[in-house]
Design a protein around this ligand. Structure first.
Ligand code: SF4
Length: 490
């Protein structure tokens, strides 16, 4: 579908709305050969009223909608005017898309990654009911999702209020896995294919961590949390993992951390020794992720573990003394029925993990899955039913949603939500997702995020792939100089 605009240049706002509805279609400003579908968004001014008209031609039919606002009611300052104008464009595109798609979106015109940020802003000047009304009336967010983000923002507020100006977090990237899951689109290398890179990679990562440790000390920063993620960090063998964990232990004062997470990830990488080393060297939180407890689906996904292996790995983590364990599940996996997903949630609840993260399957280009064009409404209802079931069961069992984010191309444009037993919320997830403190990133694929004020973020990228990181480590040095110069100014 081609996007055209007349009288304004907010084609990206139109794109985000169209893509939310028509996530399985190619949507672009460029004409697509042989595709007659198009969306035209036009600005019009009449009698002191600003109109945005949208006309969508889709599969041989035409759908129209308009949004309007009095010109003297538009905000005076440039930035707020721009935001209000974008919302007008999105509302018009939303109404036209709703008719064309024959479906509504639970998230309305909210297309950003972090809806809890908006909920927090609304709560500053509104009570709960006022914020709920604004989300539903002005942003077209359903009651269910509006209540969800208001709950999340309430849980997060205490965590965010506790952040100090010298606080910082550290992300350590291990871009390796034992094998590649079919739905995965992360930068992750199979150890079977790239095993020769692991030792030099860990050696250089250790060098980078030593330099970041000096940087943090020299600037008297307060390291609050460390997150070792990937990939699957426990895909490193016991010796390499011990080398890494020992370096972290020796270079940073882990006893002062509020949280230290090791993503253990797949059950087929977890051993008693890896867990006991992690515990002895200060790790406080681990993730043991089944994604589903349906053995048939696990096999199809290329995850080389079973439901029983997952249970075994979870018990090993408990026996090693971890008091905070996260488990990830995915709603919408190919071939997974509502009943199978429900069984997965119920299975997990029997283990009483402190955190459960419920993801919606994201279908991206990098993934090996070839999703057929599916009927949008059917898929949306199926996946939303799974998320609703998880939310109900987790709430009945004392969990609260504490962090939430949205990704592009998730099935039904739905969300990912982290649930926690009260007091066990993952601080790193909140710090990182809500962008309330700088996060330094170490390793290939890692990105450092620096806060510039006014909600702006500066990102410093390490090389994406381990072989680049190994081949040209001087880039890390240059990145650290940028980080130092930026943090020094603060
Ligand atoms: S374990 Fe995670 S990162 Fe690794 S291939 Fe599977 S989904 Fe991707």
């Amino acid at each position: 579908m081609q996007i055209k605009t007349a009288g304004h240049d907010e084609s990206y706002s139109v794109y985000t709305v169209l893509k939310s509805f028509f996530w399985f279609e190619t949507v672009s400003e460029k004409p697509a050969c042989g595709d007659p579908d198009e969306c035209v968004s036009t600005k019009r001014q009449e009698n002191g009223i600003l109109y945005i008209d949208t006309e969508i031609s889709y599969k041989g039919s035409t759908y129209r909608a308009s949004s309007e606002r009095r010109e003297d009611d538009m905000p005076a300052d440039t930035l707020s005017y721009k935001r209000a104008f974008k919302d007008l464009v999105k509302k018009s595109a939303y109404e036209a898309s709703k008719s064309a798609a024959g479906a509504d979106l639970k998230w309305g015109i909210l297309t950003g990654i972090r809806p809890a940020k908006l909920a927090r802003d609304l709560r500053k000047s509104n009570d709960y009911d006022g914020a709920l009304k604004t989300l539903m009336d002005d942003y077209y967010v359903s009651r269910e999702k509006s209540e969800l983000i208001l709950k999340v923002s309430d849980v997060q507020s205490a965590i965010i209020d506790g952040v100090g100006c010298k606080d910082i977090s550290l992300y350590i990237s291990i871009p390796f896995c034992v094998s590649r899951c079919s739905y995965c689109s992360f930068v992750s290398h199979s150890i079977e294919k790239a095993g020769n890179l692991v030792h030099p990679y860990v050696s250089l990562l250790i060098r980078e961590l030593l330099e970041l440790s000096s940087l943090i000390s020299s600037l008297s920063l307060n390291l609050r949390s460390i997150y070792i993620g990937g990939g699957t960090p426990t895909s490193l063998d016991e010796n390499e993992l011990l080398r890494l964990l020992s370096c972290v232990y020796d270079s940073f004062d882990v006893s002062k951390l509020s949280e230290y997470t090791l993503e253990a990830g797949r059950a087929d990488t977890i051993t008693k020794k890896k867990l006991s080393d992690a515990k002895a060297l200060g790790v406080t939180r681990v993730s043991v992720n089944p994604q589903t407890t349906n053995d048939e689906i696990l096999k199809k996904l290329g995850r080389r573990h079973t439901r029983e292996d997952f249970f075994g790995a979870f018990y090993l983590a408990r026996e090693a003394g971890f008091k905070c364990i996260n488990t990830d599940v995915i709603a919408g996996l190919p071939g997974e029925s509502q009943e199978s997903f429900m069984r997965t949630v119920d299975d997990i609840l029997t283990l009483e993990p402190e955190n459960v993260t419920v993801h919606t399957l994201s279908v991206k280009r990098g993934s090996n899955l070839n999703y057929d064009r599916v009927d949008m409404t059917r898929e949306f209802e199926r996946v939303n039913g799974m998320l609703s079931y998880a939310s109900e069961r987790l709430s009945e069992n004392g969990y609260l949603p504490y962090y939430l984010y949205r990704q592009k191309s998730t099935l039904g444009n739905l969300e990912n939500t982290g649930y926690s037993k009260p007091g066990f919320e993952s601080l790193y997830n909140v710090y990182m997702m809500e962008e309330v403190m700088p996060v330094l990133g170490a390793g290939a694929g890692a990105v450092s995020k620096l806060l510039c004020g006014g909600g702006r973020i500066e990102r410093v990228f390490n090389y994406k792939y381990p072989y680049e990181y190994i081949d040209d480590f001087s880039k890390v040095k240059r990145n650290h100089e940028k980080l130092e110069a930026f943090l020094n100014k603060k």
